[in-house]
Design a protein around this ligand. Structure first.
Ligand code: NIG
Ligand code: FE
Length: 405
């Protein structure tokens, strides 16, 4: 039995209750305890409360002094692309002088340039990259993360990507329909190959499948074909939708019972209403919109109409080169007009819901996995307030200190 007592926390803040996903007013219902402790045992939270209520603890217990720190749940990044080789710093420089992301993609740069660099790695090289990126996420307070393949787009590199993500502790998603690789004439021919030759093995490793439904990537009919085959193979469904154009991602997600539609920068009022009336979570990626200088998703309209939303980094080399969910929470408050409480729930419980693990993660509560982010701040809302601040003091994952500044 291993026990860890975090004591003297200035504040402990956690989304209230036990429901998931949180919507509407419940999204901003955060419980805050002042002068608090958390006791972890065998990887789970055993108890929490005010220091004044803490009785003597019999037996061995490791202690961590939380003086001057605030605890929030370990953050959950439900949308990342960590399995890639190379970088896109050259493209970043071109975009800074005016080239557009879509033009670079159409000219064979963009995603396809990362496909070339990823295919050039051997499996150990790819594993090393994913582990490196996972370390960045942990250092920003992320204790649970999803990782997508999608930069291999051939049998061996897709499967190596999924295994590398799984073995680095991530939740693997097969993004088999990210782009049409150059050896195929069109999306249909590529999907013939991917569904016959990659899906059977991908479904053994991945928990979900994802598709980029967009002009220049896959059309709605192709996305439907891909997602239906993945659903029949037992995978949960996700979509990259409404990033540049509203192309039918929300109706398709609703019809197929997808877990999420992600991006939504181009979603109309009608689209937002349709999403709000469903169980599909809208995953908002404001760092990606910022990085590409694109419009922000209609977050306030989504929340106010009752949609379930989550926040994620979209970490990838092209459209969002950041692993910082605290930065995403800052953008949520400054650019999406969410409150710090709404941002916290969206980056914890609701993100866990997208990954199917909200029963075990996303809150600080007895019986849940003991995942805590301790921030160096006098108020938990510094999580969003301290823009790009050096706030991560320690990260506890499954009741063990996994990172200390
Ligand atoms: O979510 N939009 C599609 N896929 C990624 C970007 C991938 C890339 O540019 O390499 C995204 O933004
Ligand atoms: Fe993405």
């Amino acid at each position: 039995m291993t026990r860890l007592l975090v004591r003297n926390l200035t504040q402990l803040a956690t989304p209230s209750g036990a429901a998931a996903p949180l919507r509407g007013p419940a999204l901003r219902d955060v419980t805050v305890l002042e002068d608090a402790y958390v006791l972890c045992r065998d990887g789970k939270v055993e108890a929490l409360g005010r220091m004044s209520e803490l009785g003597p603890i019999a037996g061995d217990v490791e202690e961590l002094d939380g003086s001057g720190l605030c605890a929030v749940p370990g953050l959950v990044d439900c949308h990342t692309h960590p399995a890639f080789g190379g970088d896109r710093v050259e493209e970043f420089s071109l975009r800074a002088s005016g080239a557009s992301y879509e033009e670079l993609h159409a000219a064979g740069g963009g995603i396809l340039s990362t496909v070339r660099a990823t295919r050039a790695l051997d499996e150990d090289g790819l594993r090393a990259r994913v582990e490196w990126h996972a370390g960045w996420m942990l250092a920003h307070g992320t204790t649970t993360w999803e990782g997508k393949s999608g930069y291999g787009l051939d049998h061996d590199t897709e499967l190596a990507s999924l295994r590398a993500i799984r073995d680095a502790g991530g939740v693997p998603t097969w993004l088999g329909a990210h782009s049409v690789p150059p050896e195929f004439d069109d999306g249909d021919a590529y999907l013939d190959f991917a569904l016959a030759d990659v899906l059977p093995e991908a479904a053994q490793v991945a928990t979900a499948a994802d598709v980029f439904l967009e002009r220049g990537a896959f059309y709605a009919a192709q996305a439907r074909r891909y997602l239906e085959a993945c659903r029949d193979a037992g995978l949960a469904l996700r979509l990259h939708g409404d990033q540049f154009t509203e192309s039918g991602a929300i109706p398709l997600a609703l019809e197929l019972g997808a877990r999420s539609v992600d991006h939504l920068e181009a979603t109309s009022a009608d689209g937002a209403r349709a999403l709000a009336g469903s169980d599909v979570v809208g995953v908002l990626l404001p760092a990606s919109a910022l990085f590409l200088d694109r419009p922000m998703p209609p977050a306030r309209a989504l929340v106010d109409s009752g949609a379930a939303i989550a926040l994620a980094t979209d970490f990838n080399p092209g459209s969002s080169f950041t692993t910082s969910l605290p930065l995403v929470c800052s953008l949520a408050c400054t650019r999406l007009h969410l409150s710090p409480a709404e941002a916290l729930s969206a980056a914890t419980v609701n993100a866990a819901q997208v990954l199917g693990c909200a029963g075990d993660r996303g809150r600080i509560a007895p019986g849940l996995r003991a995942d805590l982010l301790l921030i160096d701040a006098p108020d938990w809302r510094y999580l969003a307030y301290h823009l790009a601040g050096d706030i991560v003091s320690a990260v506890i994952r499954s009741g063990t200190v996994a990172y200390r500044r």
